[in-house]
Design a protein around this ligand. Structure first.
Ligand code: NDP
Length: 484
């Protein structure tokens, strides 16, 4: 059984253990300890006690420990990628890449942490020194979803630890087993600096969010839970960082490379069975090329290999659970009832009796009132709609309350300029969707979240700013009522 990691000790907890499931077989892959408030309290106390010493640890020593995490991950790359595939269902090929990417993230923030502490700004007089000082916040609660359990955690804990904070991690229930396995990459840290808990979101998650000793909640998950966290955090004015859901549009102009746009739509819509926060969830195509693009999308979709993530040939892997698949199917069936056409897919693939598979689905004849065009689907469904022109595509793209990512396919610079300035999304792609860069900030606008991960912005999130004004010579200045 995998245990929780609290204060550098393995903790079983008093509750009965749970069984982790493989979404491709629906069978158990291992047991894990299940926590509650008692372990959460223990973890926060350990993180609080560890904070003063960790904050004062030289940045170079913290950096060395973060580089060591990266080294251990690379050393165990194949085993870690396999475990990620077993519990998330996603492709082993992609998971190998994500382990390497996570290791790079630790290396990146190790170096940022060594080089940044604030800045000195000009003062009115030479005897004065004005310093913008950046200090760590304290205990950070990192709460993450199941779709990218390692990567999304890394984006939080690497900058948080590099900045001098201590961390309590709460993974999603569905990916607790693999996350508890990460403890071995942090064994060289002082006790209490990083703690990994399990337990339900409503109990352990909520407890962390409202705990007075937790200074910040770094959260990735659904918009509904993000809104709840924001309300809960208000009482203590906690720092919050929220990476939430999306309904990303892909706009294809008639002047674009249509083959590239079709491939991008299929890849962006069906990668990880559509369970990506920046999945392509709506396609708007200029009328002149609509039928050509639609036919090509359907053609490419029918060629996709549906299978378990552990098989490197699989392109569309299972969804995480039957319940999530049901939600996706509901949106598809409601759209069909309201007049949409299912061009391919639209249910469980006929040969997949085991595993939570859903066939990659392409819809046409969709309108903006349908749930599938309004709410995040988070499954392998691609609704494609014609538009009269670029203006209409932009207006419909921005009509959504979400603003996480957006993609434009065009060869016209003036359209790119207008799009990049006015599209309401934090991650803006042109002719190349879903690309992240460690040095580039990632995050959403509107109901897709607050704050940014990655880049310098993702480091600043874990720091508090102080403005220090110091008169080095001292003595009486003009603040002593000289006019009286
Ligand atoms: P949820 O919001 O349901 O859960 C996310 C995490 O929050 C889980 O660890 C969950 O625990 C926990 N949680 C649930 N309720 C509470 C609560 N009341 N207080 C504190 N924590 C709580 O999301 P999903 O796990 O279903 O993930 C899918 C969502 O994540 C999608 O909406 C997707 O768009 C979004 N996402 C956003 C990304 C981004 O970068 N913007 C990236 C990836 C996903 P438990 O599992 O135990 O319920």
């Amino acid at each position: 059984m995998r245990k929780m990691w609290i204060n550098s000790r393995e903790v079983s907890g008093a509750q009965p253990p749970r069984t982790a499931l493989d979404p491709a077989t629906e069978e158990g892959i291992g047991e894990f300890a299940w926590g509650n408030r008692r372990e959460a309290e223990e973890a926060v106390a350990a993180a609080k006690a560890a904070f003063p010493a960790w904050r004062n640890t030289p940045a170079s020593e913290r950096a060395a420990m973060l580089h060591e995490v990266a080294r251990r991950m690379r050393q165990n790359l194949e085993a870690l990628a396999t475990e990620l595939t077993l519990e998330t269902g996603r492709s082993i090929r992609k998971n190998r890449g994500y382990v390497e990417w996570s290791a790079q993230c630790f290396d990146y923030y190790a170096e940022i942490g060594r080089h940044y502490r604030g800045r000195i700004i000009p003062s009115p007089e030479v005897s004065q020194l004005s310093v913008v000082l950046k200090v760590p916040l304290g205990v950070i609660a990192a709460i993450v979803p199941w779709n990218y359990p390692l990567l999304l955690l890394t984006w939080k804990i690497a900058p948080a630890l590099a900045a001098g904070n201590t961390v309590v991690v709460k993974p999603a229930t569905y990916t607790s087993w693999v996350t508890l396995g990460f403890a071995r990459y942090f064994e060289h840290f002082p006790p209490g600096v990083i703690n990994i808990l399990t337990g339900s979101g409503v109990e352990v998650g909520d407890y962390l969010v409202t705990h007075p000793d937790v200074r910040m909640i770094a959260f990735t998950g659904s918009t509904a839970v993000g809104q709840h966290i924001m309300r809960q955090a208000a009482a203590e004015m906690k720092h919050i960082h929220l990476e939430l859901g999306g309904k990303d549009p892909l706009i294809v102009c008639a002047d674009a490379d249509i083959e590239a746009a079709a491939r991008a739509a299929v890849w962006g819509g069906f990668l990880n069975a559509g369970q990506v926060c920046t999945s392509v969830e709506r396609v708007y195509v200029e009328q002149e090329v609509y039928l050509t693009l639609l036919e090509r999308i359907v053609d490419l979709t029918r060629q996709l290999v549906i299978g378990p993530g552990i098989d490197p040939e699989s392109e569309v892997t299972p969804m995480i659970r039957h319940e999530e698949r049901e939600k996706v199917d509901y949106q598809v069936k409601m759209a069909e009832k309201a007049g949409a056409s299912i061009l391919t897919g639209g249910g469980v693939p006929p040969d997949k009796h085991k595993g939570f598979y859903y066939a990659p689905t392409v819809l046409s004849e969709v309108d903006e009132n349908m749930l599938v065009m309004q709410e995040e689907t988070f499954g392998p469904v691609l609704p494609v709609a014609p538009v009269n022109d670029f203006d209409e595509a932009m207006e419909r793209a921005n009509r959504s309350p979400y603003g996480l990512g957006a993609t434009l396919f065009t060869t016209e610079a003036r359209k790119v300029k207008r799009y990049m300035e006015t599209i309401e999304a934090g991650n803006v792609w042109v002719n190349d969707p879903l690309i992240d860069n460690l040095a580039g900030p990632f995050g959403g606008m509107k109901r897709s979240g607050i704050g940014r991960e990655l880049g310098m912005e993702g480091f600043e999130e874990f720091l508090e700013t102080k403005h220090v004004h110091w008169d080095i010579e001292g003595g009486i200045k003009n603040w002593w009522f000289p006019w009286e």
